[in-house]
Design a protein around this ligand. Structure first.
Ligand code: ST9
Ligand code: ZN
Ligand code: ZN
Length: 352
């Protein structure tokens, strides 16, 4: 027997068997190497402190802070969330739409408030994540486990494969934007002001909140909360959910994540069509608040050149590579079979 053979499923090479649907030849091996983890203690200590502070902040949010502070923390959550979803993600990482400078300025302020590193660095990692998904060149390679893809990847040095392959990325569009260059250059001054100082000072001077409540609720709790929601897209939405668009990849449709992540979480769709500005098929705008936000600015031209996938392309992809879970949104959905429509009971029908 050849050294790599596996009698469990009759394939010759382990690499064949390690694919998620058992030997689709062009699917990358879903298995990380055992690259030793080089811990970054500064980050481990900082994230441990942040999470302990955030638990205390969550307690103060519920039992001690003024209602204005709670509302303020919620508004900051939405603003910083949009800085990631509409800014770093849909605009800068994926170029799924274009934005005039006033909107880019709003988004860069929101993005700085979110403290997930400069938009240029965020988009660089995210482009790697899509291009080399679930391989060693993916910064938060989900095949290394839930913890690694959630937060662990920020606690260790990056894999050499990522740094090697990353050299081939084209980031010229990002560096061409003076707003993004400015943010990156002055990040270590702008970020602490936006993410920690102003969120603490405003409640104290604005409505007489205590320093303690302001700092732990509006800064620590709010920041840790949004970080974890963002990370859930990398961990939970790469693990749990349906795969209506491409069953050969790990990203999944995870509505629970989408609710908190302002509409990001329809992740099987997003990895199949990463250039769609809606990051979801049906424009479920009730939970896809980011799409509503972009549509609002599109009305007066600050957001333009919005790209989205045609129904025909979605449909053919669903049929070719989906796992059969593609849902119907209701009567007349493009996947609604003619037989079922013909057989349906219709009361007082009046077709135009
Ligand atoms: C944070 C980011 O939390 C979270 C991002 C999540 C992404 C989610 C995506 C999901 C979809 C969107 C959904 C959004 C939902 C939002 C919901 C909102 C309600 N390409 O990085 P270094 C090279 S941040 C090419 O230092 P180390 C390059 O030469 C939290 N090259 O690597 C670079 O030099 P330079 C706060 C690359 O030393 C050099 O390597 N921030 C790439 O291994 C060194 O780079 C933190 O905690 C690349 N991609 O350190 C900081 N990457 O930069 C965390 C690297 O000069 N980060 N190179 O060009 C760190 O401390 C470090 O990066 C490290 C690795 C320790 C993790
Ligand atoms: Zn992903
Ligand atoms: Zn993406």
């Amino acid at each position: 027997m050849a050294p790599n053979s596996s009698d469990a499923n009759g394939v010759l090479f382990e690499s064949d068997a390690a694919t998620p649907d058992m030997a689709i030849p062009n699917t990358p091996v879903m298995k990380a190497d055992n690259y030793p983890k080089k811990f970054v203690w500064r980050n481990i200590i900082a994230f441990a402190y942040l999470h302990i502070a955030a638990i205390y902040g969550g307690y103060l949010f519920l039992f001690s802070a003024k209602w204005q502070t709670d509302v303020f923390a919620y508004i900051l959550y939405v603003m910083s969330g949009l800085g990631i979803t509409a800014g770093a993600h849909r605009l800068w990482a994926h170029k799924s739409y274009k934005a005039k400078w006033p909107l880019r300025l709003i988004l860069v302020i929101f993005n700085t408030l979110a403290f997930q590193d400069s938009a240029i660095d965020w988009a660089r990692d995210h482009r790697m994540h899509h291009k080399y998904s679930e391989t060693d060149a993916d910064p938060h390679n989900a095949t290394r486990g839930f913890f690694f893809s959630h937060i662990g990847w920020l606690l260790v040095r990056k894999h050499p494969e990522l740094k090697k392959k990353g050299k081939g990325l084209d980031l010229s569009d990002l560096y061409a934007d003076p707003i993004l260059r400015f943010q990156k250059k002055y990040y270590m001054i702008l970020m602490p002001i936006a993410c920690f100082v102003l969120p603490t000072v405003i409640p104290v001077y604005g409505w007489g909140e205590t320093w303690l409540n302001a700092y732990f609720v509006a800064a620590m709790f709010r920041y840790a909360f949004i970080l974890n929601v963002t990370w859930l897209v990398n961990s939970a939405a790469h693990k749990w959910g349906d795969k209506p668009y491409d069953k050969s990849i790990q990203p999944s449709e995870n509505i629970s994540v989408a609710i908190f992540a302002l509409g990001e979480g329809f992740h099987n769709y997003h990895h199949t069509f990463p250039w769609d500005y809606k990051t979801a098929e049906l424009g479920n705008n009730k939970i896809n608040f980011t799409t509503t936000f972009i549509n609002f600015f599109a009305r007066f031209g600050w957001a333009y050149d919005l790209k989205t996938v045609s129904d025909e392309i979605v449909q053919s992809r669903v049929k070719r590579t989906g796992d059969g879970t593609h849902p119907l949104w209701g009567w007349g959905d493009k996947d609604h079979s003619k037989e079922e429509m013909d057989a349906a009971i219709r009361i007082n029908p009046k077709d135009e």
